[in-house]
Write a protein that binds this ligand. Sequence first.
Ligand code: GLN
Length: 474
Amino acid sequence: MAKNYTSYSEIKSGLKSGEITAESLVTGYLQQIKAKAHLNVFNEVFEDEALISAKNIDLRIANGTAGKLAGMVIAIKDNICYKGHKVTASSKILKDFTSIYSSTVVERLLAEDAIIIGRCNCDEFAMGAANENSFFGPVKNYADEAHVSGGSSGGSAVAVQAGMCHAAIGTDTGGSVRQPASFCGVIGLKPTYGRISRHGIISYASSFDQVGPLTRSVADAALLLEVLAGADEHDSTVSQMPVPESGSLKKETGKKKIAYLQEALSSPGVNADVKATLTHYIEKLRADGHTVTPISFELLDYLVPTYYILAMAEASSNLARYDGVHYGYRSPNATDLESTYKLSRSEGFGKEVKRRIMLGTFVLSAGYYDAYYAKAQKVRRLIQNETNRLLNNFDFILTPTAPEPAFALGLKEKDPVVTYLYDIFTVQASLAGMPAISLPAGNNSKGLPLGLQLLTKSFDEQALLNFSDYFMQL
Ligand code: GLN
């Protein structure tokens, strides 16, 4: 069995000493992918291509011209365009669609000699928190195959968890990198809104969507952020702010002011193991000299409704492009223009996507716009202001990533509102645009991973990563 390296620096030294080759790494991961195919992680494995690129990279390593990520084997979520490769967003409507250009993130990975091993299953159009909304079926959690992987980047999380690649790239609109990371015991970073280009990412809710890495070490999250982040002429929403260099990750020695959400410990909706883990870390942090203070976020009850009104509104607009004419699936039963639209969309989209398009259209429609969409925008501003105010007084906000560990497959599928509430801790950073990271914090007695989330000021990923690295040693 292939060795699972915690950080890329170990791979780099193995490649340098000749102990391993990029080709042997790819071969090892391909074996794992085959052995664990029943987890349903990949929508497609780029087997031959990954082997060819590994051979080329081995040559470049030998002659000293290899890039920063040479030999890092990466899986990408199947909503990230890669020229000449299919990209489906795990939807029937894009089942046979091939990208005609590469996303900026793919280009930046390849420019640094990363090897892309395949595209990962996810919730359809990234809508979900369990990876049970995929046209290609759910992804199973490697810690317990009867449990969900989390979503929507569930395939990306399990690919790292189960040793099918070294790191993965996901997208996070309301928690889709952080929540599956916590369900699968890996690290998931959602950078500040505007940190990483979304050029070539299939849009879900454009005022929230961000790309983020799923890794086994904080150092790798920092390295991938360094490679992926920064201004892009193809995406005007990317900030010009300087990108932290991964090499500048510092050993954290300062004493921090940390706020934790007291409702996370008092609310009956939060699982006992999650509460115990949070309490345990609060005590550890205090013992180490940090100030850890309980806070109440007065807009807590409004987080999930505000997020869902806005995300659905934006989704209804973004998904209007799938009309059976421009892209993807066209119903064979269509007879004229109207039936082309109606049937292609009815047959091409899954249940959850249709629900969101309808609700999103509703909140944007004349007569309801002011009551829902415009009001949610105002509440979003209040949430941003209040979060900023807290971060003027505290360095970090600590919460669980999710209120429960991974639940059983099929359990929550029937009531969408129950799954929406799963996003209670992740959507604050999404609404406010701040960076947040999910860090593995041990397993419960059934062996299911638990994750804690740290949130900080916009564009302060450097501080977030420094502290996360320290947190992981606690
Ligand atoms: N669970 C949230 C949703 O369904 C978040 C998904 C995401 O971040 N893509 O919208």
